[in-house]
Design a protein around this ligand. Structure first.
Ligand code: KIV
Ligand code: ZN
Length: 556
């Protein structure tokens, strides 16, 4: 029998705060960010980072602007210890960056942790113990008093060790692990007890870091729990309140955001949310959420590709193509209607300026070093507008509206056949084959145009191998060519559509012309011609369109 049965799980009736104020607030300044990539992130990897990879990630975090970085659990292993030593001894820590280390509450571990930090200018020493009822009962078999004692003992050990190492500017951090599963009044009781020992009122603020060690509720419940803590913690002004959310239900970012609305000062998390199980809170997402709302995230994320690459090199983990703000596909539209809206929106933004406001693009991808050529990509879902956009953007060609449905049909057939995306250069190939390539016997070899007696007199030499000369006159060059051709082709088709365009400098030709002919039986042929000038482009386009619709023997 399947175990898939939701009745195996207790329905939750979580903590609710009646007088909550956080829903009416918005975030107007970034919290203090603390990266725990090198500790919580690292301890969750299949192959934890060696010192070299840790240093590479540390340097990336510094470059991004992190000022507080948890660098490891130095008492846990020699590698961890050595890494902290090398950071200090080799001078890798900038003056304005504070390293943070974690330790369990055990005297030998705390002593070793302080040893690891010897010589650091400043450091955050972070201790934690579980305070939630499940762990109290099942793991530690202790009552509230016993668990509070663990925290108090740890706080005393840290306080004492710090006094033995006075050359470092110490900040103390305490995490009541699994805060979100704990009775809030008990968490406040434990934190207050720790606060009495650490005496922040006499100097440096302490950090109380409230973890959602395992995420079990909707983020609004977490926000209520945080606001309650802030309302009841004595001596709030001496405390930096921090949150540390995990992503078991996929809402770690939302939980941290609502916690900031509830009043916390600091947020711990990792790049791309790497961390235990489903991960930690993703700082990149939260920072970009602020950025895209006009709030300075106080982190530099402009070199997003490098951030992703270094992250992947160091952790061995890929970045999902759908990852918020950073994924490969997050600024790409394949669907025709989205492409159309983006094309129009971009044109309007370029004209009007002001705040960024383009449909389907929450930010300008260039802010993160991304390219506009990623924005519209073509597959079988794409429409005419997307094609037009790619042609304009990559090839400087404005496809006329009358040609788009036909060309889009060719592209769609091709992408359905291959079942894949069509690159911009492949699009140009299709366009070339369908419209620009001229049957050899219709290639314009040379021409002369003379204006005489209010008429254009044209002499055109056509054909690659066998050359023919056509002569005719008319009110314009197109009429002159038609008249010249009509002497040799019976039932010459009408010119049904005609669009001429100058090409921007830097492209191969300076003019392009698009022509569609229509025979008396309704059959249409489209072609394009390029030329050094518009006359050459027009003549070649008309010759190609006529040539595509005529058998070579049609020429008499
Ligand atoms: O998730 C957690 O509770 C932790 C603590 C050590 C802060 O990582
Ligand atoms: Zn954690």
């Amino acid at each position: 029998m399947s175990l898939y049965d939701h009745r195996r799980y207790a329905q939750s009736f979580p903590f609710r705060k009646k007088d909550r104020r956080w829903p009416d607030r918005s975030i107007t300044i970034a919290p203090v960010w603390a990266s725990v990539d090198l500790r919580d992130g690292n301890q969750a990897l299949v192959s934890p980072m060696d010192s070299q990879r840790k240093l590479r990630l540390f340097e990336l975090l510094v470059r991004m602007g992190f000022k507080e970085i948890e660098v490891g659990f130095p008492a846990a292993s020699t590698t961890e210890f050595q890494f902290v030593r090398s950071l200090i001894e080799e001078g890798h820590i900038p003056e304005d960056v504070t390293i943070q280390v974690l330790s369990q509450v055990r005297e030998d571990l705390i002593v070793r942790t302080f040893e690891a930090l010897r010589g650091a200018r400043q450091a955050i020493i972070h201790i934690y113990n579980s305070v939630n009822p499940v762990q109290r009962e099942q793991v530690f078999r202790l009552d509230r008093k016993g668990v509070r004692k663990i925290a108090e003992n740890g706080a005393r050990m840290v306080f004492h060790q710090a006094s033995l190492h006075p050359d470092t500017a110490w900040t103390f951090e305490y995490s009541p692990e699994s805060y979100s599963d704990t009775e809030p009044e008990f968490a406040v009781e434990v934190c207050s007890a720790v606060q009495e020992i650490w005496k922040p009122e006499t100097g440096q603020k302490v950090i109380f870091n409230l973890p959602a060690t395992v995420e079990k509720t909707t983020p609004n419940v977490f926000a209520d729990q945080i606001e309650w803590f802030l309302d009841h913690l004595p001596g709030r002004e001496h405390v930096t309140v921090s949150v540390h959310t995990h992503n078991d239900r996929g809402s770690a970012v939302a939980a941290a955001e609502l916690a900031v609305m509830a009043g916390v000062d600091r947020v711990e998390g990792t790049l791309f949310g790497n961390g235990e199980r489903t991960g930690n809170m993703d700082i990149l997402t939260m920072a970009m959420n602020l950025y895209s709302s006009g709030v300075d995230p106080c982190l530099d994320l402009s070199f997003s590709r490098e951030i992703s690459d270094i992250y992947t090199e160091c952790t061995g983990l890929p970045v999902s193509p759908r990852h918020p703000w950073f994924g490969e596909l997050v600024y790409t539209a394949f669907s025709g209607s989205h492409q159309d809206a983006i094309r129009k929106g971009m044109a309007s933004y370029r004209k009007k300026g002001g705040f960024w406001s383009v449909p389907y693009l929450p930010i300008d991808p260039e802010d993160l070093g991304r390219q506009y050529d990623e924005v519209v990509r073509i597959n079988s879902q794409s429409g005419k507008s997307g094609l037009a956009y790619v042609f304009e953007r990559d090839h400087g060609i404005f496809l006329p509206p009358w040609l788009l449905p036909e060309f889009s049909g060719h592209v769609q057939t091709e992408s359905e056949k291959t079942g894949s995306e069509i690159s911009s250069s492949r699009l140009l190939d299709i366009f070339r084959t369908r419209y620009l390539d001229t049957p050899p016997e219709w290639i314009l070899q040379g021409y002369e145009v003379e204006s005489r007696e209010k008429h254009i007199h044209l002499q055109a030499t056509v054909g690659k191998l066998e050359k023919r000369t056509f002569e005719g006159k008319g009110n314009g060059i197109v009429e002159a060519l038609r008249n010249a051709l009509s002497k040799h082709i019976s039932r010459l088709p009408e010119i049904d559509q005609f669009t001429e365009q100058a090409l921007s400098s830097g492209t191969r030709a300076r003019a392009i012309c698009f022509v569609r002919t229509k025979s008396t039986d309704g059959t249409c042929f489209s072609a394009a011609g390029e030329g050094e000038d518009s006359a050459e482009a027009i003549l070649q386009a008309v010759l190609s369109a006529v040539g595509r619709g005529s058998h070579p023997e049609a020429l008499s």
